[in-house]
Design a protein. Sequence first.
Length: 134
Amino acid sequence: NRTEQALTQISTNQGRTLHETQQGSLRWLFELPVNFGSYSTSIPLFISHGRANIEEIGELNLWKASFTVDLPRTGKIEVEISIHKDSVYVVIGCEQGATRTELERHAPVLMKNLGLNDLQLASLRFQALRTEEN
């Protein structure tokens, strides 16, 4: 599918500069500049390829992307996306309950957008993040 082709292209073009992780998978780091009104920041996006465990089905060879957003209005949101063939597994962790509720409400939009890209949402889980205590 197009998603795997795009990720394979990244792997081919940038593979010379990568190092394997301890688990033997390849890992890339991209810094994404973002603007939310007057708030500007960059979000580190990690992409990896290799064997990983999906809670619902076990260990697979897959692509994985993860990022964390921490905005004043939403609190911290951690997103992990795993792709195996045309199936997508998403875990979203939210620090604030209201943010989690709002994201859950918009889950059908995510499902629709994935379908437009020839992907199927195999699993979407929302979970609470533990706040760090000093």
